[in-house]
Design a protein around this ligand. Structure first.
Ligand code: ZN
Length: 276
């Protein structure tokens, strides 16, 4: 892991999983003596020019916000040249909302050893709405998967997504079965990506047009590498979100129709009363 994997120091702060070590140059970390006599000790600081405001989801505001640096400083230094460093950012909308990061710095290596709010909270912002259309058990697994992936856990996070994806495909299958032209034999003998094609009436077009993305689903758990899973994670997550977006839209449409039907009935009721 090197600083080149994170474009900026702020990006490292916000996106790095806990305990991952990143090497930064002495351009970023500055060692300095706090005095001129024999009692002076070495302190560290991260150069101010490396701090920029960060644009992240604020769980308190419930939307994206710009966070500005409020405080940075070395908390304590331990024997062996280990330093603990705390950085606090405040939400530009409300100064009671903050992001706090604790770093462990040794030589040119930085490890993020603590953060609040958690990476998972910062990353699960856009999925809360799906709790309305996804069974509780699967919704919990969805947020768990996002949290695991945020911590660099590939296979584990992927297994959760795969279960949710398969559950949603099965839901679509149950509806499709009632169609007159449906062939259950054809479906049962098809590969996963072919099944998605057969369910085209019940699934979002994008998913159906890009079924090759899901060939990874045909692989057994033991064949999957950690890296392969992390790489496939965003694609699987998007596929799940697209199915759920469709469900949300359908739900909204049905609610509007019910509202309109009720309004028409009420109107009709008033008119009939008048007519009497
Ligand atoms: Zn806020």
């Amino acid at each position: 892991m090197s600083e080149t994997e994170y474009l900026t120091f702020s990006e490292f702060l916000v996106n790095a999983p806990l305990y991952q070590k990143a090497e930064f140059s002495d351009e970023v970390i500055e060692y300095y003596a706090d005095g001129h006599d024999e009692n002076s000790r070495f302190k560290i600081r991260i150069k101010m020019s490396y701090f920029e405001s960060v644009d992240v989801y604020c769980p308190e505001c419930g939307k994206y916000s710009i966070f500005g640096l409020d405080y940075d400083g070395e908390d304590t230094s331990e024997p062996g040249g280990v330093y603990f460093y705390t950085i606090v950012y405040f939400c530009s909308r409300n100064s009671n909302h903050f992001l706090r990061f604790t770093l462990l710095i040794q030589e040119m290596f930085i490890q993020k050893i603590g953060q609040f709010p958690s990476l998972a909270d910062l990353n699960s912002y856009d999925v809360k709405k799906y709790s309305k259309v996804l069974e509780k058990k699967y919704f919990q697994e969805f947020t768990k998967a996002i949290g695991l992936a945020a911590h660099g856990v590939g296979v584990g996070s992927f297994v959760y997504l795969r279960r949710i994806f398969e559950f949603l495909i099965e839901e679509a299958h149950q509806i499709a079965k009632s169609h007159l032209e449906w062939s259950e034999d054809l479906y049962c003998n098809a590969r996963v990506n072919e099944k998605i094609g057969l369910l085209r009436i019940e699934l979002p077009d994008f998913l159906v047009e890009n079924t090759s993305m899901y060939s990874i689903l045909s692989k057994g758990i033991h064949e999957l590498s950690e890296q392969e899973c992390l790489a496939a994670f965003p694609v699987m997550k998007l596929g799940i979100e697209m199915i759920l977006d469709d469900k949300l839209a359908k739900r909204e449409k049905e609610a509007k129709q019910a509202q309109a039907t009720k309004a028409i009935q009420e109107l009709h009721g008033k008119h009939s009363v008048k007519a009497k």
